[in-house]
Write a protein that binds this ligand. Sequence first.
Ligand code: GSH
Length: 343
Amino acid sequence: MNDPASTEPDGNTEYGHKPFKRSSGHFADRITADGRDGWPVEAGRYRLVVSRACPWASRALVSRRLLGLEDALSLAVTDPLQDDRSWRFTLDEDDRDPVLGIKYLSEAYDERESGYPGGVSVPAVVDIPSGKLVTNDYQRITLDFATEWTALHRPGAPDLYPEPLREEIDEVMEGVYRDVNNGVYRAGFAAGQPEYEAAYTDVFRRLDLVSQRLADRRYLVGDTITEADIRLFTTLVRFDAVYHGHFKCNRSKLTEDPVLWAYARDLYQTPGFGDTVDFHHIKQHYYRVHTGINPTGIVPVGPDLSGWLTAHHREQLGGRPFGDGTPPGPVRAGEEIPEEGRP
Ligand SMILES: N[C@@H](CCC(=O)N[C@@H](CS)C(=O)NCC(=O)O)C(=O)O
């Protein structure tokens, strides 16, 4: 049920014995414009299931907002705390997702493949009519939102994966994935001192490189927000709240790197980013679910989050956040982040 335990039945007891390994998504069908895998892009047909705690799922939350897919693709948000049957819909009335009618995300996995032995992970996209899981391929889902779901994008949606920049975006994302997105997990769930130290080194070496890159440019690639920024953001926004302490990535805090801290605040304050982030869900999940590395389950009170709303001055670097497009409108009713999850 735990994040690092995708390949293990119960990661809580295993962290100290097995090297951390992230499994790739088992259900990798794609929802495409031409429906070649049997899943055509269609308004109202699919449901995106996320935990707001999860960085991989949070990519999809940001991308759905930026592209204006809210009307076409509805959203189910799980309880940040999994139980022994994994992700569950206990935030909803009768503990049941009102659209899928299920209590556990695992029920959609079972509809798709009975007896699937792997972990139940978010993000997941579920076919509403059949109740079947379509994909949990977190590396692909957002790229397909950007490139396959275009007919359903809002007017003014940005191009998050522009064709001429894809090679550069892919290259940046690869290093960020290995050393930062997944690097913090490798550090946090390291099976031993050498693995931990190697991961720690990777995390900060890459963050230093990215910080240099962002010193005189507003975004990672080109002069607009792309998928690469979304993927870096979802790790940065969790950094001080969970990765610095809980995952022992503590050379420095995000707030101590002036460039990355301003970059992260810039994105946080951009519509579609911060309005998807629930710090309460994030902290509850990491500190209470990963009992292998935090046996007491005590959730720290800090850090002080008020800085997220302070001026970042990154506009001075130029850049056009949405390119020729426009920012997304207000958050959909019912999808607002509760007070306790905001700075
Ligand atoms: N491990 C997932 C990637 C996404 C992921 O790790 N999600 C986490 C939450 S941040 C999760 O649902 N973990 C439970 C599990 O994999 O069993 C996969 O293999 O597709």
